[in-house]
Design a binder for this molecule. Structure first.
Ligand code: HEC
Ligand SMILES: [Cu+2]
Length: 324
């Protein structure tokens, strides 16, 4: 006789199923922190570093436990019945008693799920409300974030700072954010700090950020915006107030003037040559240019959409083979 799946002993079938599940789960595992900010925790909202991510994590945890409970009860009963009441050969023609029109049972198994969904709905509303609530009145910092294909411009209008792909904010500060795009729709998302907010050309969106842990947090454009969408990353540096002040003071310095001949040529190429079509060097303050402002470029840890470590070797390769 041909060996078929339902002829296999139960243990082998269960093991086979488990292997299948493991494979399916494995396909869903991607490395979220591959751009390697010095952040030990994966960029996942459960590793929350802000009140917003914390309330998302809280409701997720409750839903997870509730679903796990339902799963255990249903699978438990199912398995129990499969094993306990397994048909024997002499039961071949036996038909179990039919429970037709058992109103009580029907009411129970309809009522409980409805009740569960209502509870989830109410908790959801509470969380959405908490997340969407306007920021506390006191604002410590204004930010203007502009999405470009494929990089992020971070402008600090009150401080006359403009930078790219690396955002610095002080820990505990309430940061008011204005979001604009110059080309297509992007989405600003720092899993450990915020929900996603769309960045739409022609429509300014607003959001607020508050981080309660010092550290580096990985961010990612969350709206497909073209070929390099997956490489439109950024890092949020949540600094202590002293570190933030030092960073601000450094960024507000005009960039140093070129000293050697070689530096002079590079400086002229960037400021007067073809690079100046898209980049600013020397001008301070926000300016909506096509490419990132190159002031204090070397104060950043990564470049080009936060995907390459900023060192001479990568920089040379990056200039010769620009992303498109
Ligand atoms: C046609 C416009 C354009 C020209 C011309 C141009 N760039 Fe760029 N550049 C960009 C854009 C857009 C980005 C951001 C996207 C990216 O990083 O891939 C960028 C990114 C960069 C970065 C990375 C900045 C960061 O913080 O990530 C550097 C450095 C750079 N360009 C240097 C140069 C130099 C030097 C020249 C001249 C030799 C030049 N670029 C010419 C558009 C341009
Ligand atoms: Cu994008």
């Amino acid at each position: 006789m041909k060996r078929q799946l339902y002829n296999l002993p139960l243990v082998k079938r269960v093991i086979g199923l488990l292997i299948l599940f493991a494979l399916v789960f494995a396909t869903g595992c991607v490395s979220v922190a591959s751009s390697s900010p010095a952040n030990t925790q994966p960029a996942f909202f459960m590793n929350s570093a802000s009140p917003v991510a914390a309330s998302e994590a809280a409701i997720y945890r409750i839903l997870l436990y509730m679903s796990a409970g339902v799963l255990l009860i249903v699978w438990g009963l199912l398995l129990y019945n499969i094993i306990r009441f397994r048909a024997k050969d002499e039961d071949k023609d036996w038909v179990p008693p039919q429970t037709y029109r058992e109103h009580t049972i029907e009411a129970i198994y309809t009522g409980i799920p409805i009740l569960v969904v209502i509870i989830i709905f109410i908790m959801m509303l509470g969380t959405i409300n908490a997340i969407a609530a306007p920021a506390p009145k006191s604002t410590d910092l204004h930010l203007h974030i502009i999405g470009h294909r494929w990089w992020w411009e971070f402008d600090y209008p009150d401080m006359k700072i403009t930078t790219a792909n690396e955002l610095h904010i002080p820990v505990g500060a309430t940061v008011q954010v204005k979001l604009d795009s110059l080309d297509v729709i992007h989405s600003f998302y720092v899993p450990q700090l915020s929900g996603k907010t769309d960045v739409i050309p022609g429509a300014t969106n607003t959001m607020w950020l508050t981080a309660d842990k010092v550290g580096q947090f990985h961010g990612q454009c969350a709206e497909f915006c073209g070929l390099n969408h997956a490489n439109m990353r950024f890092t949020v540096f949540v600094d202590s107030q002293a570190d933030f002040d030092a960073w601000v003071a450094n960024q507000q310095q005009p960039p140093p003037q070129p000293q050697t001949d070689q530096q002079n040529i590079a400086y002229m190429t960037i400021t007067d040559g073809m690079c100046s079509m898209c980049h600013d060097l020397g001008d301070m303050g926000p300016e909506n240019a096509t490419g990132p402002n190159l002031n204090h470029l070397m104060s950043r840890q990564r470049f080009a959409g936060d995907i390459f470590d900023l060192n001479e070797q990568n920089y040379a390769v990056g200039l010769k083979t620009p992303r498109q």
